[in-house]
Design a protein around this ligand. Structure first.
Ligand code: TYM
Length: 344
């Protein structure tokens, strides 16, 4: 059976982009067709200026939302990254295989570092090494496929490069994974700035729809979405990014095709109205289930505890083998050698 791994970072409230680009497929398809792990990657949330209490709150909320979106802990493994030491252990080994130049070429690093510097803040070293930790997340589990939105493609490519390099230098330690993307809405754009991704860590704004937004809020945000100067509804990402984004969202919610839907509408107003209603209907059951799960925090905690235990069992042998392959001496107890008594 294929192994699937993916994750979400608790740096903000989860958005429609997270849902359509990743979470929905995890629940609808990935967990059923593969041996799947889904992780709240909390260590990644420490790479930018953060408030500890907020990270804790958002981690719990992300876990609850993953379950509310349909992940079934009887079928897949849901857990928190920092509960499994193997991620950080493996990350260091991969830092010894990755290069400085490779890290500095990562688009997300360059964008986030530039944003941080514009705000007058400093850039954490962990922001630079973040993609190596992400590679460790994936490689520790012998992952075949990584279902993600479009924006993570470069990170998964790097993961592949590191796996191949490690295997060539030190022996076959890792499976080389590949990214998979949803057919539509692999990159949901900001409704107010349709040339930028809808990102949860961005400053809250009317261009971001959150999974937990009330119907009225969703309606308002979609109705005010920035459209393009033309009047006819056509699907063209280059010259009509605003309309194309709405058509993709509508197509993703209704199971349609964005090009074909373009021919159905005569006005931007009608397109927005139907898109808003489709998003509201899609999110309704997730929000309802989220409310129920919030009333039972013990259940979510139990799922995360069991998930971490299962994940640990899966990652440990792979990471131990990588430690030995790269040249680190096994601890005496691990190698079966007698433990020496302290000299008297
Ligand atoms: P994160 O937390 O930014 O996003 C979680 C998932 O949501 C997808 N996504 C989107 N898809 C479509 N349109 C959007 N506007 C949009 N915004 C986000 C992302 O592509 C992602 O699939 N580095 C990762 C977290 C991570 C990870 C991993 C993922 C850490 N380790 C290992 C997979 C495997 C991230 O920041 O995702």
């Amino acid at each position: 059976m294929k192994r699937v791994f993916s994750g979400v970072k608790p740096t903000g409230h989860l958005t429609l982009g997270n849902y359509l680009g990743a979470m929905r497929q995890w629940a609808a398809e990935d967990q059923h067709r593969a041996d799947a792990l889904f992780c709240i990657v909390d260590l990644h949330a420490l790479t930018i200026d953060h408030d500890p209490a907020r990270v804790r709150r958002l981690s719990r909320q992300a876990a609850t939302l993953l379950l509310a979106s349909g992940l079934d802990p009887q079928v897949c493994t849901v857990f928190v990254q920092s509960h499994v030491d193997e991620h950080a252990r493996l990350s260091y080994l991969l830092e010894c295989v990755a290069t400085d130049g490779e890290m500095r070429r990562m688009i997300q690093y360059r964008e986030k570092a530039a944003r941080e510097q514009r705000r007058g803040g400093s850039v954490r070293l962990s922001l630079l090494t973040y993609p190596v930790l992400m590679a460790a997340d994936i490689l520790a589990y012998g992952t075949d496929e990584v279902p993600v939105g479009d924006d993570q493609t470069q990170h998964v490519e790097l993961t592949r490069d590191l796996a191949v390099r490690f295997n060539q230098r030190y022996g076959q330690a890792f499976v080389v994974p590949r990214a998979t993307h949803p057919k539509v809405a692999a990159r949901v754009m900001n409704l107010q700035d349709p040339r930028s991704k809808m990102g949860k860590s961005d400053d809250a704004g009317p261009g971001i729809v959150y999974v937990l937004d009330e119907p009225d809020v969703v309606r308002r945000k979609v109705m005010r979405a920035m459209t393009d100067s033309g009047r006819d509804v056509v699907y063209d990402r280059e010259s009509r990014p605003g309309v194309a984004n709405l058509l993709e969202i509508l197509a993703a919610c209704t199971g349609g095709n964005p090009e074909a839907l373009g021919g159905v509408y005569e006005s931007y107003g009608d397109l927005k109205r139907d898109t808003a209603e489709a998003v509201i209907e899609m999110l309704r059951p997730v929000q309802l289930r989220h409310k129920e799960l919030c009333a039972d925090p013990g259940y979510v905690e139990g799922v995360l505890r069991d998930g971490a235990e299962r994940a640990r069992g899966m990652a440990r042998p792979t990471v131990d083998a990588a430690y030995r392959a790269i040249g680190l001496l096994p601890a005496a107890a691990e190698s079966g050698a007698p433990v020496l008594k302290a000299a008297r």
